[in-house]
Design a protein around this ligand. Structure first.
Ligand SMILES: NC(=O)c1ccc[n+]([C@@H]2O[C@H](COP(=O)([O-])OP(=O)(O)OC[C@H]3O[C@@H](n4cnc5c(N)ncnc54)[C@H](OP(=O)(O)O)[C@@H]3O)[C@@H](O)[C@H]2O)c1
Length: 128
């Protein structure tokens, strides 16, 4: 979220009562500004912009779902594996896909009451 320099967009995505429609509106706004060629001056993330927007939307959506399922023993989080050796990185990275997957699976197998919800979790333990 720190990468978004436009305060209006940050304000929408950080709302406690954020909705799926509002996330869609933010993505649509980004796509429109790309079509118009104005995105560089509108405070979107500067680096890997399209990738960053997709992750912003995903993280925001996981918060919406986490809130929806609060109290039902279902945790909804995003898991960031860190710089991992996969096709996406052309095999570069600090660890293998298997190592990243092991942590992801460990997280998934935790009892829901031991997991936070609505968070972005990184591969470094403890997650904080
Ligand atoms: N690698 C990293 O350093 C890193 C760091 C942070 C976050 N991540 C995130 O981790 C996730 C996995 O990344 P990765 O590094 O494993 O990437 P990857 O090696 O490029 O693998 C991406 C996987 O997604 C599948 N895929 C792509 N588009 C799809 C679609 N439209 N429908 C269904 N499947 C689709 C691909 O299937 P095919 O093989 O059939 O094309 C492939 O199996 C991504 O969300 C990435 O942003 C990765």
């Amino acid at each position: 979220m720190q990468k978004v320099r436009n305060p209006n967009i940050r304000e929408i995505l950080e709302k406690d009562d954020l909705t799926e429609e509002q996330i869609g509106d933010v993505v649509t706004l980004f796509l429109q500004s790309v079509k118009k060629g104005t995105w560089k001056t509108q405070g979107w993330p500067k680096v890997w912009t399209d990738y960053a927007i997709s992750k912003l939307a995903l993280n925001a959506y996981s918060r919406v779902l986490a809130k929806r399922f609060q109290g039902s023993n279902i945790s909804v989080n995003c898991f960031c594996p860190g710089f991992t050796q996969t096709s996406m990185t052309s095999g570069k990275g600090t660890h293998s896909a298997d190592e990243a997957a092991q942590i992801g699976v460990q997280l998934m197998l935790l009892p829901p009451q031991e997991l936070p919800t609505g968070q972005v979790l990184y591969r470094i333990w403890p997650f904080c």
